[in-house]
Design a protein around this ligand. Structure first.
Ligand SMILES: [Mn+2]
Length: 252
């Protein structure tokens, strides 16, 4: 999971991006055929998310400067495990419950789960960073005071603990930009690497299947494998090559 912060001028664009309301998907790895699978976990409201954002913003103190961050987005990625559809939904609902407790449901703008991008499904928990101005006893917008260094340091572990309660075991929350499947600058940078890993994983899976089939056909191959391991580790001498035998096998 990682967080992104946006100033006013970017908010409209981001909210349209989360809800897939804009049709301009340049540079995005989005499959529009799958966009129907996306869903929003934020409470249903009469207004659109942009209207609710403006309304909530008008209720709190906010510095009148263009660079004030008025929207934050925690991107929470589903760990790579064999989750069923139900478990996947449970993961995002549980993550949403944790986040809304932390940042206040009134401050939640949207919480779209994206299933239409390449890579893992993920949630964009977008909210206005609002805290209490203790001197004046009023609410104010401050990404700095909401997302403090300490907050960024602790949230990952606390989310992990929360998920462990939900699932009964540690499901392995991905930290920072290592989480795949999100359209962020960080991800674009690591995308090439991720694709390499995907290919490697495919090869690994394939060779495992091959191995399994070989073992099924000829169980004594296991002793050959352990012998090969010993040779590789230098614990046994490699046997002399039998060119004749190999030619014979190939001709069969
Ligand atoms: Mn996304």
């Amino acid at each position: 999971m990682h967080v992104e912060k946006f100033q006013k001028s970017a908010v409209g664009h981001m909210l349209r991006h989360y809800s897939r309301s804009s049709t301009n998907y340049s540079n995005e790895d989005i499959d529009p055929m799958r966009s129907g699978l996306n869903y929003n976990l934020a409470p249903e409201r009469e207004q659109s998310s942009i209207c609710y954002y403006k309304e909530r913003l008008s209720q709190v103190k906010c510095q009148n400067r263009a660079d004030v961050k008025t929207l934050c987005d925690w991107v929470i990625t589903l760990p790579k495990r064999d989750f069923t559809e139900d478990q996947e939904k449970c993961f995002f609902q549980s993550a949403y419950a944790f986040m809304k407790e932390r940042y206040g449901e009134k401050n939640v703008i949207s919480a779209w789960v994206h299933k239409d991008e390449s890579g893992q499904p993920h949630m964009h928990f977008s909210f206005i960073p609002i805290c209490l101005d203790k001197k004046k006893n009023i609410e104010k917008v401050s990404a700095k005071e909401v997302l403090t260094r300490n907050e960024l340091r602790c949230i990952h572990q606390e989310m992990s603990n929360h998920m462990e309660k939900t699932f009964g075991y540690d499901i392995g929350i991905l930290n920072g930009a290592t989480a795949g499947g999100n359209k962020t600058i960080m991800e674009l940078k690591t995308k090439g690497l991720e694709q390499d890993i995907k290919v490697l994983e495919k090869v690994k899976r394939q060779s495992l299947i091959d191995m399994a089939q070989t073992i099924k056909k000829a169980p004594n191959v296991l002793s050959d494998i352990s012998k090969a391991v010993k040779i590789a580790l230098g614990k046994e001498q490699s046997p002399p090559e039998h060119k004749h035998n190999r030619a014979h096998e190939r001709s069969r």
